[in-house]
Design a protein around this ligand. Structure first.
Ligand SMILES: [Zn+2]
Length: 438
């Protein structure tokens, strides 16, 4: 590809191939390469197409590399379809038209329309399918829902503002996947979605909201455009929108084109989360340049901005949950739910309207099965706890509910390391055992 790059540059210098001029700059764009993908750009004329065909044939002969014209396409912007068909003949490519997808990104598509997001929604449904949900624990489903979104965001959410209908649709797919347990498990949504997506430091499960992810990814471009001023993409965006000609404060969204207008408008959306535009990016002074509340070690951390957006409107009603990294995530998730009293005890099932024969605990058959009974005060659980205390070599503790146990574990020292043989690690082991029995 480097050889082709040099050949194209030489052709532009000699005037054989022109490329297109970017307004308000001295930049000419004739070709763009990414890995083994190539995009050639020039004014539409049959002469220019023939010249490009000759350049590519010379490249084939010189480097003994064959250009796969069958996989290549010709597009004409503002050109009628018959002319595009005629123009494709000398190259042996297929004629095509907008919109199209380039490197996974839709080009020329109205992204404010929900239907433009259908490919992403379909991919998400396939990745988060029902049969996968059946084979995973609750914690596994949360992990997968988080990981899949990470890949998805690379393409669409980092460049386009997702319409509210799309955000709702994605959240619904994730919600259904997370609560879609094995066949014999009811489809009760045990914890409010707001709590599932809330950050861990405010008592949530930390899945993260699509809205915050989308906004933080878009806001990052505002930092990049002033700091990567030497990059080709920055020069093109500034040239196309005359951004160097006016003060940033005077930029009006209506003068910007689709993609960059949406990025510029994210400041309004951030304002709704009480995050001023000047916190995302602000001019300090000539010798120190641009600054931001979300820049650490010279890099813009979109994760920090996302976390800030996520925390708005959330609170810690009963303290944050103590997460331990070395414990299997599914065990931590079970304890997190138990602490919120959101696990399927007999009493909770009745409350959710599930028809069951008895409220009594399955283990002792005498008392009503509440969460605290099932895990702490049931004679069966009590026997296990006493063994744990003996095993740890500490005095027996008369604890009555899950919160007391967690407070006790926190007093034992946190965060514990896997190799530590203390009562706290044993506590988590017993929790893991109880989770597996559930
Ligand atoms: Zn019992």
């Amino acid at each position: 590809m480097e050889g082709l790059n040099i050949a194209l540059k030489e052709a532009v210098v000699k005037g054989v191939f022109q490329g297109i001029s970017i307004p308000n700059s001295d930049i000419k764009v004739s070709h763009l390469f990414y890995a083994d993908d190539a995009l050639f750009i020039d004014e539409w004329s049959s002469q220019n197409i023939k010249k490009l065909a000759r350049i590519l044939k010379c490249f084939q002969v010189s480097f003994s590399l064959r250009v796969n014209f069958n996989k290549s396409k010709v597009f004409g912007i503002g050109v009628n379809s018959q002319d595009v068909e005629n123009g494709a003949l000398p190259l042996g490519c297929e004629p095509s038209a907008l919109p199209f997808t380039y490197l996974g990104i839709p080009v020329g598509m109205n992204m404010n329309s929900k239907s433009s997001w259908n490919p992403i929604l379909e991919k998400l449904i396939n990745k988060l399918s029902r049969w996968k949900a059946k084979t995973l624990s609750f914690g596994g489903r949360v992990t997968l829902a988080k990981a899949i979104l990470g890949n998805l965001s690379t393409f669409y959410l980092s460049l386009f503002t997702a319409p509210s209908g799309v955000i709702e649709a994605i959240e619904k797919i994730r919600r259904n996947f997370i609560w879609e347990g094995p066949e014999n498990e009811s489809k009760i949504k045990w914890v409010a979605w707001d709590r599932i997506i809330a950050p861990k430091e405010v008592g949530g499960l930390g899945l993260g909201s699509i809205k915050a992810l989308n906004l933080a990814l878009l806001a990052k471009w505002k930092w990049r455009i002033v700091n990567e001023y030497d990059s080709l993409w920055v020069k093109i965006i500034k040239g196309l929108h005359s951004l160097d000609m006016i003060q940033p404060s005077q930029i009006s969204s209506r003068y910007l084109s689709e993609v960059w207008r949406n990025i510029d408008k994210c400041k309004n959306a951030l304002g709704k989360f009480s995050i001023a535009d000047t916190k995302v990016i602000r001019w300090k002074q000539v010798d120190t340049g641009w600054d931001s509340n979300f820049v650490f070690d010279g890099k813009f951390r979109f994760v920090a901005l996302r976390g800030k957006i996520e925390r708005v409107g959330h609170w810690i009603p009963d303290g944050a949950f103590m997460w331990c990294n070395w414990i299997p995530f599914k065990v931590s998730c079970f304890v997190w739910r138990a602490r919120l009293d959101r696990i399927p005890s007999m009493n909770a099932l009745i409350t959710q309207g599930v028809q069951i024969q008895t409220l009594n605990c399955n283990a002792c058959i005498s008392d009503t099965e509440f969460t605290d009974h099932m895990l702490i005060t049931c004679p069966f659980a009590d026997t296990i706890w006493n063994r744990v205390w003996n095993w740890c070599g500490i005095m027996s503790h008369q604890l009555t509910n899950i919160k007391e146990i967690l407070n006790f574990a926190a007093d034992c020292g946190h965060p514990p390391r896997k190799e530590e043989n203390n009562e706290c690690s044993h506590f988590w082991c017993i929790m893991g055992y109880l989770e597996s029995k559930k």
